[in-house]
Write a protein that binds this ligand. Sequence first.
Ligand code: ADP
Length: 591
Amino acid sequence: MFKRFLSYYGPVKGLFIADTVCALVLAGIDLAFPSILRSLTNGLFTQGSAAILGALGYIAAGLIGLYALRCACRYFVSAQGHIMGARMESRMREDLFDQYERFSFAYFDAHNSGDMMSRVVNDLFDICEAAHHVPEWIIICGIEIIGAFAILFTISPVLASAMAAITAVFVVIMVRQNLRMRAVFADNRRRISDVNARLQDSLAGMRVVKSFANERTERAKFRVSNDRYLDSKVAQYHVMGRYQATSALMTGVLYVTIVVLGGYLVAAGQMTAVDMATFALYITLFATPIETLVNSTENFQKAAAGFRRMDEVLRTAPDIQDKPDARPLEVREGAIEYRDVCFSYPDTEVGEGGTAPESPVIDHMNLSIRPGETIALVGPSGGGKSTTCSLLPRFYDVASGSIRIDGQDVRDVTQESLRRAIGLVQQDVYLFDGTLRDNIAYGRPGASDAEIEDAARKANIHDFIASLPEGYDTVVGERGSRLSGGQKQRVAIARVFLKDPAILILDEATSALDNESEEAVQESLERLAADRTTIIIAHRLSTIKNADEIATVERGRVVERGTHEELLVRGGTYARYYRMQFEGARARDVR
Ligand code: ADP
């Protein structure tokens, strides 16, 4: 894991080296200053004030130069160091995003989007704060500690050794405290993830929350997550406080030692008063970097907790990948064949790779669809119709058997070509927060305005768009909140017209619409389905009567298949369904 972390320094190594050099210079200057002061004071006593006055100009010029250099280095370390961290963070963010884009639906079924966002936002910030501060601190502090000790040792080996011994004891205590921090930070990461997850869930579902007037319940649920996060922060600050107190105690003990032991050594004539004062000056140079180093382990722990979570995502191999020899799908006619297909969803309760439920969702399904044919899947809810459709674009992979398009197994072709060949219109339309033009153009990025308009006309939405003051430039709001269900659906259909796929899946595309919207949508759907191999799932049987064939799917199998008339005559499941809906409708009409 550490190696993978180091790899992020690669592209910023120029900055890293410059940052390191500046950190070295900074440490050197800080280290030199008390020594210069010591020489000056000693000179004052030994050579007299006249000599000192003569040299003062040079000394001042030297010091000013040194401090100017120190300022420049401080600026570089502070600005460029952070910029380096930001660049690393940006690359990690891209890597994470790319990885999320690679995952299949099974991953998103099992993971919460708030948690995913937390990894991209909070975790990465911590990682990159540490990425530039920790090496810089190690260099600056390391040099200051070693340098200060060496200088102090030459002044008084006895006092310096006493200080080193005291410091060593405290470092051991602090490192032990620090190890305890790791668990606290890991807990912290999880808790903030939970808060983000709750927030995301509640905001995304705000319409449902409000429609059920459940704001209070939502607030209560959010408060639980938020309080847990607070508890975890409180625990974190307790540990951190103890830690800081220990390091403050160390400084105190060091000062007392200098005063008592140093005073004794001066009294015994083994050290001068100036040397003792120099010791006091170096104490800050000795103790502060130790505190900083110890504190940096706290940053490091935080970053390690974050990086571990990021690495976990990066190391998860996407379960659906192109084969190395995958070729683009060649759609010649658009024939589809499901051959003895079995499939079960991973048991998300158990976690990834958990055991499969006992009965498969798709159970030895066989279904062949002729080129250009429109086939309707009907059957009880939960029977596996949507799942059947999700397997075709490889949103999930079959457990056994195969699905072929014009004889090519969908697992042998590239996912991109496969998904470009399949158009999907679902009940739930997702529009991106942008203009109507952008949303339609999503079907084929780079499409011209004329093509976009043509697609909108075919989808029966052009007239509506043209009537808006801003036309195609109208912003649809988050998830298309400013459009009605039927309008959103027609934008989604325009998208698919523009994509112009050979194969079409209509998954309950009109189920959520009222009768009037349904009619307009239905008409454009029929236009869309013409000349394409189409699979329709619909609850309202009236919408699928015109399908070439109907297949009833029950418990993951096709149990009967034929035209509407054939199935009615056969008197099986479909006929029963049809009668139920038809009689239901008639009963409503009578009322
Ligand atoms: P239908 O479209 O016929 O209503 P589905 O294909 O949606 O049926 O669902 C078939 C079964 O698979 C149901 O038992 C459903 O609970 C389950 N299921 C559907 N989607 C998922 C999913 N993403 N994760 C786990 N189980 C699922």
